[in-house]
Design a protein around this ligand. Structure first.
Ligand SMILES: [Zn+2]
Length: 420
């Protein structure tokens, strides 16, 4: 159908030029009027948090993800995992987050046949639409799994790098802390897991979250940034074996919260937990698998950051409010992608904290209803490589960094010192 615009246009046309001339003259006259003597409103001072968020850069974020992939899949209990922890610690120190510490724990894999357990699986009568974490399965699905076959990695060098098997025993994980200036006894924990599996480079799972936490440690450690409350930047180990590293931290340190030690020192080895924020798989949101089982090659235009809390947790109400504060911080500070909130947080390192403090996770997609249905075909596969992702993918990770930086800066009372 063509569009014919034949209403009264011709009848008003003759008046056109005269009207334009009139308005032009009026505009000229106004421009020659002396400026009004009312004092102009003082310019709004720049938002210091926006300045801090502006210190995050796509290239730096990509470089940090790339740096992590030099250690291959960083599988727990291997030399490449230990080398990655040393590298992360050196990076944190170089950013000015110099008070690094390590948690030590023993890890013994469960006997063969003992399952990891997980949400959503049940007996013969279980609802087939029930997904992990209380979510509901919908739409087209690609089955999920973990690749344990080295020959599925076609890159011979990477296969060799990933070849040392995991041995049981002592494990370590590293964290550093931004100490609050007026409330050093209270803190938020910002975390991601640095170990991976699947015979790739664990670039997205979870190099993307690890790089995000490291980048936040860098920005908050800048000498001109002060926060009233403390922030701990934690890089968990052993996530892929069942959240063992985060659980070791929670078990070892929950009873130490808020205790000044030594008394009178003003030092708090474990400030009281105000909340725990986990970042796990930050980059790939290409939508639901297509009907033929393939995936779109491009980030979907409506890609978002998924902020989840767990509705069955002891701190569900406070965690929901925290999640929405992060969503609002995304509105204010994230440059490209929106954030959405869901109640089915599952299968990540915030789980061991969720009955101890308000806990949320940020991801590329919902863990249960989306990732659990195959929305990320690189998940635990040899294809989780730095080279798999394009700048739209990396930018989604960067937007999550902007979101958490903005939210945590607000929650901890972050300020910028005057520069001379
Ligand atoms: Zn993960």
């Amino acid at each position: 159908m063509s569009i014919q615009v034949s209403f009264s246009a011709p009848s008003i046309a003759p008046n056109g030029p005269r009207l334009v001339t009139f308005f032009l003259c009026a505009a000229l006259a106004w421009s020659q009027t002396p400026a009004p003597t009312v004092a102009a409103a003082a310019p709004k001072p720049p938002d210091p948090i926006a300045t801090m968020v502006g210190r995050l850069e796509l290239d730096r974020y990509k470089q940090t993800v790339k740096g992590l992939t030099q250690f291959g899949d960083r599988r727990q209990g291997t030399d490449r995992n230990r080398a990655a922890i040393d590298w992360i610690e050196a990076q944190l120190k170089s950013y000015g987050c110099t008070n690094t510490e390590r948690i030590r724990y023993d890890y013994q894999p469960p006997a063969a046949g003992a399952g990891r357990g997980g949400g959503g699986r049940g007996g013969a009568n279980a609802d087939p639409t029930a997904g992990p974490g209380g979510s509901r399965r919908r739409g087209y699905r690609i089955p999920e799994g973990v690749n344990n076959d080295p020959l599925k990695q076609p890159d011979v060098k990477l296969r060799e790098l990933n070849s040392q098997p995991s041995t049981p025993g002592l494990r370590e994980e590293v964290y550093c802390t931004k100490v609050g200036s007026t409330h050093p006894e209270e803190m938020y924990i910002v975390g991601a897991h640095m170990d991976g599996i699947g015979w790739g480079e664990a670039a997205n799972d979870d190099g993307s979250g690890t790089a995000l936490v490291m980048e936040l440690a860098r920005v908050f450690s800048s000498p001109d940034v002060k926060t009233e409350r403390s922030i701990r930047f934690a890089l968990w180990n052993n996530e892929e074996t069942g959240l063992n590293g985060a659980r070791a931290y929670a078990d070892q340190r929950k009873g130490m919260q808020g205790i000044e030690s030594p008394p009178g020192s003003g030092q708090y080895p474990e400030p009281k937990w105000l909340g725990m924020i986990q970042h796990d798989m930050m980059m790939f949101d290409h939508g639901m698998p297509l009907k033929d089982g393939t995936m779109s090659k491009q980030q979907r235009p409506e890609a978002d950051i998924n902020i989840e809390y767990q509705m069955t947790s002891k701190f569900a109400d406070a965690a929901m409010v925290l999640a929405h504060k992060f969503q609002l911080a995304d509105d204010k500070y994230a440059t490209d992608y929106p954030a959405n909130v869901g109640p089915h947080m599952t299968n990540t390192d915030s789980t061991p904290f969720m009955d101890l403090t308000p806990s949320i996770s940020l991801r590329e997609a919902e863990r249960g209803a989306q990732l659990g249905q195959g929305w990320d075909p690189q998940h635990h596969q040899p294809t989780d490589l730095y080279s798999t992702y394009n700048d739209d993918d990396f930018r989604l990770g960067l937007n999550a960094a902007q979101t958490t930086l903005g939210a945590i800066a607000q929650l901890t009372g972050a300020k910028l010192a005057e520069t001379k």
